[in-house]
Structure formats: C-alpha cells, structure tokens
Design a protein around this ligand. Structure first.
Ligand SMILES: [Zn+2]
Ligand SMILES: [Zn+2]
Length: 125
C-alpha cells in the first residue's frame, strides 16, 4: 500500500487531460502550465511530410525511411498553428512552462516592442 502510494506520487504527470486545442493551459492533474507544441517531421532529402511520433521524448518519424525517396535523414519542424491537413502528420508535445525561465517572456516583450509600441505608443519608450 505504502509502496503503491509512493509510486503514484513519483510518477511523472503526462498531462493527459490538457486540452490540445489551446496553446497554453494549466494541467488539471498537476497544476503545471503546459504549452502545447506541435511538430512534424520532413524528409530532408525530398521534403515530403513524414508522420511524426514521440520516442523517448524525442520527435521522430514513424517509419525510419522516407516512403517517397527512401532517404533516412529527416528534419523536425515546429508548427505554430495546427491545421487539419497537418494534424494527421503532427505529434503533440506537452511542454511544461517554467515561470523562472525568462527567455520566452523576453522574446514576447521584444516582439511587442517592435510591432506595436514603437508606432502606437512612442511616449512609453
Ligand atoms: Zn500534468
Ligand atoms: Zn524523401
């Protein structure tokens, strides 16, 4: 019984109940902020889309060669917005967003500054 409880507590959450249709949401099971990231893989030889899957936490093509040209090399591509064409090929990675890491926040601020603030609100600069 005790062993079972320990096992349960130490089990890493797979965030199964996080909805895939939003970019960010809180996991109802562990409370972490989760970012949904979609990836697809392409043959780096002919560029055809290869159905992606997760293996040991890494995005890889489902088959280990390209059915179009027979190539074994592939590239992984991040999709910003998933669409119904790519959803068959893409794999969803649920990434925990750590609030302490400020890289992403910095990027957002930079984007905001160049896109909006300079033109619309010059007095704030
Ligand atoms: Zn979770
Ligand atoms: Zn190919």
């Amino acid at each position: 019984m005790i062993l079972l409880e320990l096992f349960k507590k130490n089990r890493t959450c797979t965030h199964d109940r996080v909805r895939p249709d939003r970019d960010f949401s809180y996991c109802p099971d562990c409370g972490e902020l989760i970012e949904n990231r979609w990836f697809l893989t392409r043959c780096s030889c002919c560029g055809v889309k290869l159905r992606a899957t997760l293996k040991n936490g890494e995005v890889v093509p489902e088959s280990n060669y390209c059915k179009n040209c027979g190539g074994h090399e592939f590239t992984v591509e991040r999709i910003e917005k998933i669409n119904f064409i790519d959803i068959d090929y893409a794999v969803l990675v649920k990434e925990v967003v750590k609030p302490a890491v400020s890289d992403k926040v910095q990027t957002w601020i930079d984007l905001k500054t160049s896109n909006y603030t300079q033109e619309l609100l010059p007095q704030y600069l």
